[in-house]
Write a protein that binds this ligand. Structure first.
Ligand SMILES: [Zn+2]
Length: 351
């Protein structure tokens, strides 16, 4: 177990809050695990069916050494679930859409459950980027019910090809123009926006790049986290050299753009292979202070600790190869602490 984690536990037991500083002990990478301690990308609500028990999930996180996590619902839900689960018949596969139900459920759990184990950042996942007109009103509704609780927005889908069979379509440039009112509110409240936006696919690697570029050019002052480096199961053969060059250009041109390296798609197709990985290690070493990590686990009633642990190890795999500084920012959470202005500092790495 990590020294500083043990010292944090002592602070917790003594009754102080989660936001205590770690002690000055350095972090010894040769002895400590390489798994990350902030899961900034975790879905507490499933696409369909019943969700994992909230406290059970928090228990998994604590057991795995996670100290902070983002609480996402999910950006697309099978809308007829409640009816078809109630009567025990199969659900029709025709309708999915973003919904507020997720956010109410998560907010209820967080506000009603005493939890001193893991610092939780609640996210609004209801937003429908293709129909943005009602977002501001709905934000007000959630804020009215749960004042100050929501501090993040997303993961929301700009374009997610795996959902095309469910009626999802890419956001249009006109849709993006119409984000303006809620984007202003996010800036005012310092809320990051996490976007799933497929870069392209194996036939057309840059097919949807224009959407992300348009978003970044339209809203340069919003913090935008680009999920999964734009990769997906539809794009498993992006040229890593070209990919990291593109990401560097965008990161340099847009100081409020952040990267998310969660999801085992990245592990399976890009980080596990040594040659491919070397490109990404170089990229992350240079942009670690604007990089977040997480599991992207989509929990449901059948989720067990082993599932979480497997996702944690796969998504932490690349951490082993990072420079000390990048490891501190990404795996030990310094980037996340700075982004959210948390009163928390990651330990230095031992010489
Ligand atoms: Zn996700």
């Amino acid at each position: 177990m990590r020294h500083w984690r043990r010292s944090l536990m002592a602070v917790l037991i003594s009754g102080s809050a989660l936001l205590a500083h770690a002690d000055s002990a350095c972090f010894d990478r040769s002895k400590e695990p390489y798994t990350f301690i902030v899961d900034s990308h975790l879905h507490f609500q499933p696409f369909s069916g019943r969700s994992v028990d909230f406290q059970t999930m928090v228990g998994f996180l604590a057991e795995a050494g996670i100290r902070y996590a983002n609480v996402y619902g999910i950006g697309q839900t099978r809308i007829d679930d409640w009816e078809c689960l109630k009567y025990g018949r199969g659900c029709a596969n025709s309708t999915i859409r973003p919904t507020m139900k997720n956010d109410f459920i998560n907010a209820n759990h967080i506000s009603q459950t005493p939890n001193t184990q893991v610092g939780l950042t609640l996210s609004m996942t209801f937003i429908d980027l293709q129909n943005p007109e009602t977002i501001v009103d709905r934000m007000a509704l959630l804020d009215g019910e749960f004042p100050g609780l929501f501090r993040w927005m997303g993961e929301a889908n700009v374009v997610k090809q795996s959902l095309f069979g469910w009626g999802h379509r890419p956001a249009s440039l006109e849709n993006i123009d119409n984000w303006s009112p809620f984007m202003a509110l996010l800036r005012e409240r310092n809320m990051p926006l996490a976007l799933h936006s497929d870069l392209g696919n194996d036939d057309e690697p840059l097919k949807y790049l224009n959407l992300m570029e348009y978003i970044l050019e339209s809203y340069p002052d919003n913090v935008i986290v680009w999920m999964h480096l734009g990769m997906s199961r539809e794009q498993t053969d992006m040229d890593p050299v070209e990919h990291q060059q593109l990401l560097r250009q965008l990161m340099d041109a847009h100081p409020n753009l952040w990267l998310d390296i969660s999801w085992n798609v990245l592990y399976d197709y890009y980080f596990r292979d040594e040659q491919r990985r070397s490109q990404y290690v170089a990229l992350l070493n240079d942009y670690a202070s604007r990089t977040l990590t997480g599991t992207d686990l989509v929990a449901n009633e059948r989720t067990r600790y082993e599932h979480y642990e497997r996702a944690l190890y796969q998504n932490s795999y690349i951490n082993q190869y990072l420079s000390d500084e990048a490891f501190r920012y990404i795996a030990l959470g310094q980037s996340y602490f700075e982004l959210l202005g948390l009163n928390e500092v990651a330990p230095e790495i031992c010489e």
